[in-house]
Write a protein that binds this ligand. Sequence first.
Ligand code: AMP
Ligand code: MG
Length: 267
Amino acid sequence: MKRFLVRPRTKMDLSRQNPRDTGPFNGGKKEGLAQLARVTEELVELQRLLYAEHGPRLLVVLQAMDTAGKDGTIRHVFGPLNPQGVQVRSFKKPTPRELDHDYLWRVHPFVPGRGEITIFNRSHYEDVLVVRVHGLVPEEVWRRRYRHIVEFERLLTDEGTTILKFFLHISKEEQKERLEARLADPTKSWKFSNADLAERQLWPDYMTAYEEVLNRTSARLAPWYVIPSDRKWFRNLAVATIVRDTLQSMKLHYPEPDEDLDGIVVE
Ligand code: AMP
Ligand code: MG
């Protein structure tokens, strides 16, 4: 999965990343789903440890174009975990009260606490993505934000939070099919919004904005991964595997009991 990592200070060209890539899984979906089941079991165990240790924290940021599968990733990858230790926070269009503050004001209260995994469905990155593409603030204002974001995330990692950031990368053709599916299927049409079509027209601008995000804000302790997402099973497997590997590298352990348990008898 290291091939999907955006190495800090490298130049990311999204047009050279294949959204249909399925990594080493030439066997395809069946093999991929079997592997996902194995990784999920390990993830569940690792989360138990994280929760029990009540020390380290994990923040997972999901960013993507519409229909790329932020919701599906949350359901499939994080759904099996103990909900007591997982929080999901979705960031929508800011409210008037949120707009009365700096753009990180609405974000900071929702970062994970000890032992928790928090998933951001969209995030502070919208403030250099949609805000940039639509010119919602002047360029000199959004330009400064890369620095704030790197520093904000540095604060979090310095204080014991591990951060993983995923860009779920779909092709424009795949998005067309998924939008058409939303239009055709009454169980999906609630997700369709005319605004998605307007955003789709701005695809090249979004790719430029995403490339700058990836180039400027991938850090050793808060890395970006570009996940090929045209194949949903591979997207889920890739995210699950990277989260598993990251939790493993955190060297978690169950805390020692408060007292010496030797000789204690439960009547
Ligand atoms: P959805 O994720 O489909 O529910 O849509 C949420 C919408 O909120 C998307 O169109 C985002 O671009 C928009 N959004 C999220 N954060 C911001 C922000 N900081 N400024 C403007 N729009 C935002
Ligand atoms: Mg939407």
